[in-house]
Design a protein around this ligand. Structure first.
Ligand code: PNS
Length: 167
């Protein structure tokens, strides 16, 4: 990435990547020169999809967004942001109840890396009720998730055994 370009990271678990995530990412891609979807490796959480699967699927979902890249990271987000020379972190807000956790995380990250801004973007009302945890639960019980996740994710999840998946 050229020195003078503004890079923002869009970090998260993305398990799975939903239309809500795509909505936030699309908005971020219009505001920043470059946006990296930063997929967290969290070994303490049981995931529906592996980090590699999540990264590959997100890449398939963002081919129409030329300034978006996808990477995974393990450790502290601020360290990865510093390594990448990122200017900001982007987080999506769906509803007021998201604020509590998001504020605490933003203040913690600011204390660790003053100058790295957290930018909150609001989803479209259409996606305000989508949460990856709810998508996982619907998938677990064999429900239709086609209105929640982009086509590549839907295809991948339809191959995943519902019985094996975690709600
Ligand atoms: O999609 P999620 O699960 O809400 O994303 C949370 C995530 C991955 C962004 C957050 O847990 C994170 O940044 N983890 C990396 C460890 C870290 O830097 N923690 C300090 C911030 S609280």
């Amino acid at each position: 990435m050229a020195e003078n370009k503004n890079l923002a990271l869009y970090p998260g678990s993305f398990d799975p990547f939903t239309y809500g995530h795509l909505d936030i990412l699309t908005r971020a891609s219009r505001l920043f020169d470059e946006v990296e979807v930063t997929v967290a490796v969290n070994t303490s959480k049981k995931h529906l999809l592996s980090v590699e699967e999540r990264c590959d699927l997100i890449r398939e979902c963002v081919t129409h967004l030329p300034n978006v890249s996808v990477a995974s990271f393990e450790g502290l987000l601020v360290d990865h942001a510093r390594d990448r020379g990122a200017l900001a972190l982007v987080r999506g807000l769906r509803q007021v109840s998201d604020f509590d956790f998001e504020f605490r995380m933003a203040f913690a990250n600011r204390r660790l890396a003053e100058g790295l801004e957290t930018v909150f973007l609001m989803t479209s009302e259409k996606h305000a009720l989508i949460a990856a945890s709810i998508v996982r639960e619907i998938h677990h019980w064999g429900g239709d998730i086609s209105s929640f996740v982009p086509e590549p994710v839907l295809r991948a999840l339809s191959k995943t055994s519902q019985a094996d998946s975690q709600p």
